[in-house]
Ligand binder design. Structure first.
Ligand code: TYD
Ligand code: MG
Length: 460
């Protein structure tokens, strides 16, 4: 067979380079270029230009005035898995392509199988295509889920042309493809899973969805390091990207929308993995507080915003006398530079010496703190462990800490406080400069100017 031309494609950003190099010129990543064959057959323009859908001869799709575009009714298919529907922005949009990414074993196939079963029971025709598991294995999974999944069509296939053919024949409304890395198109040379194949398959499914109307849900594996041909290169192509995350050792799984053409991003859904599949968590705001030991020192609770939703998380700190050498600073779920900064502020502005103490800070539930609004809670946990005195169990801490030791207000205070009150918290420490009600219903609001006030209050 004639070997086609090839390009070098970056596995991080998907950019093409004419020749190999150690570094991608587009995104600066090292060692990310892999050789990819170019499409065997071209249908006008470069393969990349075909990607957003359309294609074909120029007269196929003439420009029209925006006002002449017919409004499509805003239907959405609700799966009934409440947290999944919420993250999508209200359900699956017909004609959309959604990528569900995550590490192997996190629960992507389980989630899709549950969706398929629930949609099929509402009379929405589903086709579950698996290139990873045989129909027998799918059956075993479905039995384990205790969902009536008997009505869904399953197909063990990896060739894209055949998948589209069967989906068209069956008039499937929702096509679930597990996974995009095992699918290949005849149009390209190269093994399934390489960047070119993965991108071309996604682009063709996108065109199929837009032209024929079914919704497509794609599974994409990501490895810890970002992975070769990882879904990162697909994010530009598809409509919606959801990432499934969680600590494998914990039951909680978080589904996060990182891109959503039909809803807001940064929304999360919380599930727990049970013996019979994924179950939406009923009270997600408090999901990460489960197992909190309220009497112990070195623990403080704060409220983060995940999209539009406040979530309560516990921060634990432990300071103990260091042995010889440099004291240890270990941060889990928190940037270690942020911890170093907070320790320096606490030492210089709060008069608490950490010079000969090992310090460990941990955010429970596998949560990662990104917002600086959690600073005050980290400080409260540190002060509490140094004095070995628990903070009040019903106290919430909200505030960013500056280098001068000043405590700054955070955004979205009302929503965070309302959630805290609902979860049984009775007092909140925050910046004295926070705007908003002095006392918020059942919550006593304690305004602080700086961290010396915090240390004084916690010692009292
Ligand atoms: P799976 O959906 O196969 O993960 P992925 O498709 O992301 O690779 O599920 C992974 C894990 O979930 C697997 O280790 C078994 C566990 N599991 C349950 O705990 N309960 C269940 O009902 C199912 C189906 C799986
Ligand atoms: Mg799987």
């Amino acid at each position: 067979m004639h070997k086609g031309r090839s390009v070098f494609r970056c596995t991080e950003c998907g950019a093409d380079q004419p020749k190999w190099g150690g570094k991608c010129d587009a995104c600066g990543a090292w060692n990310s270029l892999v050789e990819e064959p170019v499409a065997k057959r071209r249908m006008g323009g470069s393969p990349d230009r075909q990607m957003g859908g359309g294609g074909g001869s120029p007269s196929d799709n003439p420009p029209i005035r925006l006002s002449a575009v017919t409004e499509t009714p805003a239907t959405r298919w609700r799966t009934g898995l409440a947290e999944f529907d919420f993250v999508l922005g209200g359900g699956i949009v017909p004609g959309s392509v959604t990528l569900v990414g995550g590490e192997p074993g996190i629960g992507k196939s389980t989630l899709l199988m549950q969706c398929a079963a629930r949609l099929e029971r509402q009379g929405i025709a589903t086709l579950y295509v698996s290139g990873e598991e045989s129909p027998d294995q799918l059956r075993l999974r479905a039995d384990r889920l205790q969902e009536d999944a008997g009505g869904i069509h399953v197909l063990g296939e990896t060739r894209l042309e055949s998948i589209i053919h069967h989906a068209t024949q069956l008039k499937s409304s929702v096509v679930l493809l597990d996974s995009v890395q095992t699918t290949y198109t005849e149009e390209l040379e190269g093994a399934p899973g390489n960047v070119g194949q993965v991108r071309e398959c996604a682009a063709r499914l996108m065109r199929f969805a837009k032209e024929s109307g079914p919704a497509v849900l794609l599974v994409g594996h990501v490895t810890k390091g970002g992975g070769i041909a990882g879904p990162k290169t697909l994010e530009h192509i598809v409509d919606t990207v959801l990432y499934f995350e969680g600590e494998m050792t914990l039951d909680h799984r978080i589904l996060r929308a990182v891109k959503n053409r039909f809803g807001s991003v940064d929304e999360i859904g919380v599930f727990s993995m049970t013996g019979s599949g994924l179950e939406p968590v009923a009270n997600p705001a408090a999901a990460f507080l489960a197992g909190r030991s309220t009497g112990a020192s070195g623990s403080a609770v704060t409220a983060l915003m995940e999209g539009t939703r406040p979530m309560l998380v516990e921060i634990q700190a432990l300071a103990s006398k260091a042995g010889f050498g440099t004291p240890q600073r270990v941060a889990t779920g928190l940037d270690h530079r942020r911890l170093a900064l907070l320790l320096a502020v606490l030492e210089r502005r709060g008069g608490l010496p950490f010079g000969n103490l090992d310090v460990f800070v941990n955010v429970t539930g596998g949560v990662r703190l990104i917002e600086p609004s959690t600073d005050l809670a980290v400080l409260a946990a540190l002060v509490s462990t140094v004095h070995d005195r628990p903070v009040p169990a019903d106290a919430l801490f909200l505030g960013e800490v500056g280098l001068g030791g000043e405590i700054r207000p955070v955004a979205g205070v009302e929503r965070r406080l309302a959630e805290a009150a609902r979860q049984g918290f009775r007092r909140v420490f925050l910046s004295a400069r926070s705007r908003g009600p002095a006392n918020n219903g059942d919550l006593e609001v304690i305004g602080l100017e700086g961290i010396s006030e915090l240390t004084r209050r916690l010692a009292a």
